[in-house]
Write a protein that binds this ligand. Structure first.
Ligand SMILES: O=C(O)C(=O)C[C@H](O)C(=O)CO
Ligand SMILES: [Zn+2]
Length: 279
């Protein structure tokens, strides 16, 4: 498991492109028949990518978290950003289509991932997991793509019309810390999360998906008065510390998984910034 230690805003001001990418961009989460993990140390959130192709993949326990099983003292949200697949949690099978979400509660022991590969052109499932420490066990719960709490935001005139699907949140699937959902840009709209915000109570991670292979997201990060950017490709994630804005513009429309953990679970607890005040 890769370790990414926590960073401070003062540190970012002097970083060049390579260091910014090494600290905040998770470029290679998905690899065939593997479970790749990054331990962010921001709110002790672990990001995992599982891409089963020729065989099933069992979620390992990873020595860095010192537990018998991955979910012994953790919980996690899983979203499938690839082709159809399944997740078996302690013998119970969840068929997961593109964009669907599964919450796995503390104490789950065996978690096994598979793709439904039924032809040469079929795409493997890509399971994206965001996990945080959990103090109690909430039930493992599945929700189909598009069946979360829907919020429509933005306007085509400002190129930011988008649909937010909240899956794991205060009014939906219960959890200890993890809050998770998917935002989809409408055709022709390219901007997410602008005006931008921070939430000092929670870190957040974005995983961009459904972006054409030759398109990119220009992801804006850093303090609002001292921003930096990352150029991000499909299936890459960005770690956003609590003090950092997280907003992006695509060269094509796209979706992204957003997930947070920390002090509270209040989606609307955001500190917004006027666009004109950003630097
Ligand atoms: O499009 C948006 O705006 C978002 O999806 C915002 C994220 O959900 C977020 O940053 C929540 O704090
Ligand atoms: Zn946010």
């Amino acid at each position: 498991m890769e370790q990414r230690y926590a960073t401070s805003p003062e540190h970012v001001a002097g970083m060049g492109t390579a260091e910014l990418r090494a600290r905040f961009l998770v470029a290679d989460l998905f690899a065939d028949d593997q479970a790749n993990a990054v331990y962010t140390h921001h709110d002790r959130v672990v990001l995992v990518g599982v891409q089963p192709v020729t065989s099933r993949v069992t979620l390992p326990s990873f020595p860095e978290i010192r537990s018998e099983t991955f979910f012994e003292h953790r919980e996690g949200g899983i979203i499938n950003v690839g082709g159809p697949g399944s997740v078996v949690v302690d013998g119970e099978t969840f068929e997961m289509g593109h964009g669907s979400c599964l919450y796995v509660g503390r104490g789950a022991e065996s978690v096994v991932f598979a793709s439904v590969m039924d032809g040469e052109d079929s795409a493997p499932a890509r399971f994206y997991i965001v996990s945080a420490p959990a103090h109690t066990a909430h039930p493992t719960t599945f929700v189909e793509a598009g069946k979360g709490n829907i919020r429509e935001l933005g306007d085509a005139l400002t190129s930011n019309r988008r649909t937010i699907n909240q899956y794991i949140h205060e009014g939906g699937i219960r959890s200890c810390q993890v809050v998770m959902g998917v935002t989809t840009l409408h055709p022709g709209s390219m901007w997410n999360t602008m005006p931008a915000h921070t939430h000092d109570r929670r870190m957040e991670a974005y995983l961009y998906f459904d972006l054409p292979a030759d398109a990119r997201i220009i992801h804006i990060m850093g303090e609002p008065q001292e921003t930096r950017h990352l150029v991000v490709a499909d299936h890459q994630a960005v770690i956003s510390p609590s003090w950092s804005v997280h907003s992006g513009v695509g060269t094509a429309s796209y979706s992204f998984v957003w997930a947070m953990a920390g002090e509270n679970q209040s989606f609307d607890d955001m500190d917004g910034f006027a666009i004109a005040d950003m630097r």
